[in-house]
Design a protein around this ligand. Sequence first.
Ligand code: G6P
Length: 609
Amino acid sequence: MCGIVGYTGRSEAAEIILDGLEKLEYRGYDSTGMAINDGKKIRISKAVGRLSVLENLTHGGSTMPGHAGIGHTRWATHGVPSDTNAHPHFNKAKTIAVVMNGIIENYIPLKQTLESKGYEFISETDTETVAHLLDHYYKGDPLHAIVQMMQRIEGSYALAIVFEDRPGEVYAVRKDCPLICGISDDGCFAASDATALLKYTRNVYYLENRIVAKLTQENGIFFYNQDEEEVKLPSKRIEWDSTAAEKGGYDHFMLKEMYEQPKTVRDTISPRIKDGDIVVDELGLSDDDIRKIEKLYIVACGSAYHAGVTGKYVIEGLARIPVETDLASEFRYRNPILVKNSVLIVISQSGETADTLAALRLAKENGIRVLAIVNVVGSSIAREADHVMYTWAGPEIAVATTKAYSAQLCAMYLLAMKFAKVRGVMSSEKFSSMLDDLRKLPDQIELLLGNHDQIARFANRYIAAKDVFFMGRGIDYAISLEGSLKLKEISYIHSEAYAAGELKHGTISLIEEGTLVAAVSTQPDLYEKIISNMEQVKSRGAYVLAITNVGNVAIEKSADCIIHIPDTDPYFSNSLAIIPLQQFAYYIAVARGCDVDKPRNLAKSVTVE
Ligand code: G6P
């Protein structure tokens, strides 16, 4: 996610905004900018690159005098990182400036409507839509224009806005993206993250969804609801120190990112569900192209590879297209046979992983079309692929991925369903019931995240474990791989994931009295099979933790402990089963005193072989 800072008060706004933006740098960004109202007009400075570029451009803010303004660190979503796409964005007359975090889901139809009314778009961003919409509605009353604009936009967002003819005022509003307001003797502040404010004040207001905040130079902050009536919000005092504030009050970035998963999943799915259909504009494959696909290759590393393993099960199962999933480091050197009408899908959070990039290049050299599923806009993989489908997870700071992986799973589901529908192998009833289940995932993930105490207690019992085994069949094998990786990378406990049917071909010899085995069982047609595997390890002394669907009573007699996941389509169960597995890895690593966010020997982005 990007960062927002707004200020109005007695001091020079630019200095305070630059200082606040610096505090937000840890979140990751690719460009920065600010807009300052000097009482007569609004000046904007923005640039791609580090904050120091903006500081140099404005001589530390001194070339932008004025007491009210807004600033932004951008993490590109719509449109590559560039000076033009950096925020703030203006209306044509340059009398309204806007910065935004989040995504406007319906920006394409809105842009078309605005263009038909004569509005010209300069950038590729969805945010510019907001500037033009405000221009359209603004007749001298900012509150009224903001409320009307909000009725037109869909998505999750946080906005800060300045109007030229309202010097000394800054407006802020949010829906499902964080934004807080702060107040001190010197002035009023708005920020997407408390870190930016702590130097100036600890007295804050947590802005509720759809409440418009008007920050004034002398008179404090006023809040208004969507009926444009003034409302009161309680003032709160922040007790965190700045390190805790960076993590939004969570102990670790990993935990914070785990809790961001409902939003990440929603942001990846909902913009792509339109009128009961799945629309992936960026796919670049016509329906005819999709019907002609003979084979798909999914290539990735680490957790992204695990998302690809899930992808194989889901796409083959639903769309009936043969899928080969490969580790990028294997694929690139095994002289793969690439069939003509095939598409290579690469998955990468960073978009910079060396082996994945090499696999992409290999496919392109052989005339194979490449679709990249990437989180970082403008990254090498995004630039070199023929088509890019972005996962809207925002920056991920913890080395062990959680939310980006969850978004990658959703990308797999969307592609599988889209391909199945276009190829005519899924009935419309099945398609709509799966869409319903897809829409429910964010709330179900939220529910599971609420089980943290139970999982933390369980994890505490296993802090001295030497080996942990994960097993599952089919799609549950895919999630076992990821559960095992999460545990070993952050807790340093040796763990293995096995396709449950392979147990007797080796692993079972490792089971001793008290060995922990996590058995994932979310596929009703395989319930009985996994129960018999559980019995086999239990009879050799294993302690069996089962992760299964609500209603699977048959498993009770074979498990020592059960974690239930809510009801969903079996193809989507990985998105739910991963939550307790992530929590287990996290709490065990915390209990063992490990450096959860920066595990030893690991890097977030592996740009070398
Ligand atoms: C590293 C990270 C993993 C990630 C893998 C692939 O190993 O620690 O979390 O899954 O790289 O990275 P990518 O950026 O391509 O998804």
